[in-house]
Design a protein around this ligand. Structure first.
Ligand code: AHG
Ligand code: MN
Ligand code: MN
Length: 313
């Protein structure tokens, strides 16, 4: 049930929710609030920065748009100022970046997900996975203590979990994230389908069967090309299936474990959904490197199971 953001009496702030509902430890609560402040600056930058290329490429050889670089910088500044982050791993840096060795947390983030869509004015996002400890390397996504994403669309939405359910917030007119919906859940059967990497439909055994089965089942196609938007669609509608298997160009998948698949796998499990690399749970994979990729099948449990069966038939 959406609370009307205009009635102050019912307004539930992100801070109050982290404290009262999720009973989040104070330092983790403050880190999440610092991240949410960075998201406000990114939301504003998306509205005001020209959409052009930065003229540089990241470690993956992908052209960086100005907003990739700016978002990365904004988030680093907020993590550094928090004094709560020992190191971070992010898409725009080839190595883990050390901040404060005495700090309790490490963060994996994708500063701007779907950035190739900035010029077409599609919704784009930021993704964060938070671990207790000095580095995300060597960890498994199931060890995260929090995961959150921000979706910069017609409205700016923040969705978080610290292990007590998945909760959705709206950035209101005075710049505060206020509660929209609590305990988002995902049904076991999908009616929507979000098929990524269709270029590789005949390069991954079984993927064409997956796509044709979805057509026969008359699933509704919902695919934007932004992972945050496409998976938020599943959390928001309470059902759905997103697939991004490997292919010739991306033998181990295109999406990165540390800052794309890992945080979403944590949120999926909290929402009663599933996230697999086609063979096993994403939550159980070990993060060996910042640029490690993996296939992603995420969403309604029964459909994730079915697709994994077809990809391994
Ligand atoms: P990023 O913009 O952070 O590099 O992520 C883009 C990813 C993800 O958002 C999306 O699911 C996928 O790329 C789409 O890939 P294609 O454009 O190859 O379909
Ligand atoms: Mn990105
Ligand atoms: Mn991304």
């Amino acid at each position: 049930m959406e609370s009307s953001p205009s009635t102050p009496a019912e307004r539930r702030s992100l801070n109050a929710h982290l404290y009262h509902v999720s009973k989040t430890p104070d330092d983790l609560r403050h880190l999440i609030l610092d991240i949410s402040r960075a998201a406000k600056y990114i939301s504003y930058a998306i509205q005001t920065t020209e959409a052009g290329l930065a003229g540089t490429t990241n470690q993956f050889g992908e052209d960086q748009v100005k907003l990739d670089v700016l978002s990365d910088r904004i988030i680093e500044d907020h993590l550094r100022e928090s004094r709560l982050v020992a190191s971070f791993a992010c898409e725009e840096r080839p190595e883990v970046v050390d901040l404060d060795p005495k700090a309790p947390y490490s963060v994996a983030f994708d500063p701007l997900d779907g950035s190739s869509l900035v010029d077409v004015n599609f919704a784009i996002g930021s993704i964060f996975g938070i671990y207790k400890g000095k580095s995300v390397l060597g960890r498994k996504p199931k060890e995260q203590v929090a995961a959150l994403y921000v979706l910069y669309g017609p409205r700016t939405i923040l969705v978080y979990s610290t292990g007590k359910g998945v909760h959705e917030f709206l950035l209101n007119d005075v710049g505060e994230f206020i509660l929209l919906r609590e305990y988002l859940g995902v049904a076991d059967d999908a009616k929507n389908f979000s098929p990524g990497n269709l270029r590789g439909v005949d390069e991954t055994k079984g993927y064409r069967d997956v796509v044709e089965t979805s057509l026969t089942a008359k699933l509704t196609l919902r695919y934007s090309g932004c992972l945050v938007a496409d998976v938020h669609h599943i959390f928001s509608k309470g059902q759905g299936l997103f697939t991004f298997p490997g292919s010739a160009k991306y033998p181990t998948g295109k999406l990165r474990l540390a800052f794309e698949c890992g945080p979403f796998a944590y949120l999926a499990e909290q929402a009663g959904a599933a996230a697999s690399d086609g063979n096993g749970h994403i939550l159980d994979l070990t993060i060996e490197s910042v640029d490690q990729r993996c296939p992603l099948i995420i969403g309604s449990r029964n459909d994730v199971k079915k697709v994994c069966g077809m990809l391994n038939a």
